[in-house]
Ligand binder design. Structure first.
Ligand code: 2BA
Length: 107
């Protein structure tokens, strides 16, 4: 069994959640905030059978769009970038962490 933790843009979270549930996967949705942009995003925790991991990656990949976002110069400077104008970064589609689960118990 695996635990997939994935961070997606807030704008994509409803469709990603809907498509995962449609395929009968179990999903926990957490509200999260990106450390860099300080924008709200969504983190999903998905406990899944090993053989379902590729299907889940495909769903997340299909419904998470890449976006360009502007980083205000003040934030960029906080992180050591020497700039006076906003800087563009590419955000997403999604960031995934996939971990082995030793045991899952429901009581
Ligand atoms: P944020 O931390 O708000 O980052 C938004 C975007 O800003 C990132 O997009 C990346 O393009 C840029 N960025 C982030 N940290 C940076 C840095 N130290 N220097 C330069 N550019 C930086 P993504 O990589 O697609 O990440 C989207 C969101 O996924 C992140 O929002 C964060 O919430 C999460 N994330 C990404 N990688 C992570 C990691 N290794 N560990 C934990 N969370 C991560």
């Amino acid at each position: 069994m695996k635990l997939i933790i994935t961070i997606v843009s807030k704008e994509d979270s409803s469709i990603v959640q809907k498509e995962l549930l449609k395929q009968r996967f179990f999903v926990t949705k957490l509200s999260s905030t990106g450390g860099f942009l300080k924008h709200g995003n969504t983190t999903f925790m998905i406990g899944a059978k090993d053989q379902d991991v590729d299907t889940i990656i495909n769903i997340i990949s299909e419904y998470s769009r890449t976006r360009k976002e502007m980083v205000p110069a003040s934030i960029a400077r906080d992180f050591g970038y020497s700039t006076v104008s906003p800087t563009e970064v590419t955000v997403g589609g999604a960031t995934l962490f996939i971990m082995d689960v030793e045991k899952m118990i429901k009581l």
